[in-house]
Design a protein around this ligand. Structure first.
Ligand code: CO
Length: 163
């Protein structure tokens, strides 16, 4: 969705640039600046001290490249209240996964076997961000995501819908 918007923005920018007409050199030098201004941002999810993600559902196209940025806007220390963002493959039992991950503090609360993980950020402390890019599954459906820090998944969870 964001990608499409950006594509339209780029197209519009290109129209503006070419629409100015006349000076070929001026149009060429203006083009790169326009492209930079509409850089793809992707999906931004905030995590807070109230055990919430700011987005609990988002939709992507099957097989598209997806960029997710997690920003921990909370103030509590990473060691006692860190946040991550972990997307699971279809059919993964979220509760069982979270329970398995819970004891793995040394691995940022991720299980050693990552076969049921599509993508994940690192564990973040206050005001830290992490951006991940991955390819959306080609199979349409609902893919759950969660924060695997112990005790967080009850409310820190959501669904990525693949269309
Ligand atoms: Co959390």
């Amino acid at each position: 969705m964001f990608k499409n918007l950006s594509v339209y923005a780029l197209f519009f920018a290109a129209l503006l640039v070419t629409g100015c007409g006349g000076g070929g050199e001026q149009a060429e030098s203006a083009a790169p600046a326009q492209e930079e201004a509409v850089a793809v941002e992707g999906i931004v999810v905030e995590a807070n001290d109230q055990l919430q993600f700011s987005i609990n559902e988002f939709t992507v196209a099957a097989g598209e490249e997806v960029t997710v940025t997690l920003h921990n806007v909370g103030t509590l220390p990473k060691e006692t209240f860190g946040h991550n963002f972990v997307i699971l493959t279809a059919g993964t039992d979220l509760e069982a996964f979270a329970t398995a991950a819970m004891g793995n503090a040394d691995n940022e609360y991720l299980p050693t076997d990552l076969s049921s993980v599509i993508a994940h950020t690192s564990l973040l402390g206050p005001d830290e961000t992490d951006t991940i890019t991955f390819t959306a599954p080609t199979e349409p459906g609902q893919y759950e995501y969660l924060c695997t820090f112990p005790g967080h998944y009850g409310t820190m969870r959501g669904v990525m819908i693949v269309e």
